[in-house]
Design a protein around this ligand. Structure first.
Ligand code: AMP
Length: 192
């Protein structure tokens, strides 16, 4: 099973991807998580990505294409994977198409979580408040300014992917405003 999750930041892609990893026994490949790990380890990629990520902007296609291509080759991806946060631009989607073709792999579905943007800002504020209340630390790009910038980046660069995948016949839309279980059930219906 090879899946892509599309949807703005805070739409619940990560939550749904995690639930599916347990069900299908395949890993969730979050480029955001991979980049944050690179920043934490202060690798060359991490050093290049940090300022861009903190500003809520997109890291270069070249960097993310490479980390995804390497990650897909790992043995735990043999049965499939769930891409969360990648592709994020049409050039990334085209690079992914080429990458999969070279590796002899095919996508099963692209699932778009449709959400209301005003509600997303509230969700982000709640997520930050809950994390702080639980004694955790929040992401350096989880503040209203960077979040709005991430939404703008989404609208300008990632939203066109819906059209791209509608064109390939792979796009399936799900109402991401429903509660977590309902969204999961809808996704499972699509994949059944
Ligand atoms: P996320 O955890 O998916 O919200 O990603 C956090 C940040 O990592 C984004 O705001 C971008 O700066 C960067 N990032 C993650 N995935 C990508 C991608 N596919 N292309 C470019 N930048 C990305």
């Amino acid at each position: 099973m090879r899946l892509i999750f599309l949807g703005p930041p805070g739409a619940g892609k990560g939550t749904q991807a995690k639930l599916l990893t347990e069900r299908y026994g395949i890993p969730q490949l979050s480029t955001g998580d991979m980049l944050r790990a690179a920043v934490a380890q202060a690798t060359e990629v991490g050093k290049r990505a940090k300022a861009v990520m903190d500003a809520g902007q997109l890291v270069s296609d070249e960097i993310v294409n490479e980390i995804v291509s390497d990650r897909i080759d790992a043995p735990d991806c043999a049965k499939g994977f769930i891409l969360d946060g990648y592709p994020r631009t049409v050039p990334q989607a085209k690079a992914l198409d080429r990458m999969l073709e070279e590796k002899g792999l095919k996508l099963d579905a692209v699932i778009e979580l449709k959400v209301d943007e005003a509600a997303l800002v509230r969700r982000m504020e709640n997520r930050v408040a809950e994390t702080i209340a639980a004694g955790g630390s929040v992401r350096s790009d989880d503040n209203p300014e960077a979040f709005k910038r991430r939404l703008t980046e989404y609208r300008e660069k990632t939203a066109p992917l819906s059209e791209y995948y509608a064109g390939t016949g792979q796009l399936k839309a799900v109402d991401g405003m429903a509660d977590v279980d309902t969204v999961t059930a809808e996704i499972e219906k699509i994949l059944a």
